[in-house]
Write a protein of this length. Structure first.
Length: 206
């Protein structure tokens, strides 16, 4: 039985650890959480991740949540794949992207579907949804100008930052960003889709 089990749902940020597990050639199982049935809110899943979110990664040490932590763990336990740069500056730049994606971009995106997290008044949800396109467009512009050196986030070296950025940025068009305004990011998304680890995971998430 594989030592790693990833709990995930389609169309979510759980795609990132799924790609990373593919990338390092890990032996792992997938357990799909049925969002349509709100399985993430039910006791069985809350026993795995009390936050009621995916992804959650079951390891020999226990459960790990938070995408960025998971990507770091997968990289550290499979050093041959070099998903984390050795150079302290490059590593810090990767973490900078992780934190921006987790704390700003993903949160902006969540205002489209998950307004109930911020307000108990459904009448406020349309106003939150109306801000998503402009917020995400602003985020995409910063990524295009500052965070994507090209062809990869860190330049010539592939890293976990590419996996995380790909996962989040593929939502941008659906969030209302005009991707024609972001040629570097668009080329990045296209390049990443062709990568075997990504294509294999994507085939299961659509
Ligand atoms: N900070 C967490 C966020 C996880 C998260 O919000 N996941 C979403 C899917 S993208 C989720 O599980 N949502 C379920 C819900 O809100 O009920 C991470 O990066 O892992």
């Amino acid at each position: 039985m594989p030592a790693l089990t990833l709990h995930l749902a389609k169309g979510t940020v759980a795609l990132a650890p799924h790609i990373a597990l593919n990338e390092v050639g890990a032996d792992f199982d997938l357990v799909w959480v049925d969002f349509a049935a709100k399985a993430q809110t039910k006791p069985d899943y809350l026993a795995i991740n009390p936050k009621g979110r995916v992804p959650a990664l079951m390891t020999e040490n226990g459960v790990l949540t938070e995408t960025a932590a998971m990507l770091n763990y997968i990289a550290a336990t499979h050093p041959q794949a070099a998903l984390t740069p050795d150079d302290p500056w490059q590593r810090a730049k990767m973490e900078e992207v992780f934190l921006y994606l987790a704390s700003t971009v993903h949160i902006n995106h969540a205002h489209k579907m998950r307004g109930h997290r911020w307000s108990d008044d459904p009448a406020t949800y349309p106003a939150m949804q109306a801000k998503v396109a402009s917020n995400i467009t602003e985020n995409a512009a910063l990524i295009e100008s500052d965070y994507l050196k090209g062809p990869f986030v860190l330049g010539e070296t592939f890293s976990n930052a590419d996996i995380y950025l790909f996962t989040i940025a593929r939502w941008f068009a659906g969030d209302g960003a005009d991707m024609a305004a972001f040629p570097k990011l668009s080329a990045f998304l296209e390049m990443m889709q062709a990568r075997p680890s990504v294509a294999n995971a994507l085939a299961m998430h659509t």
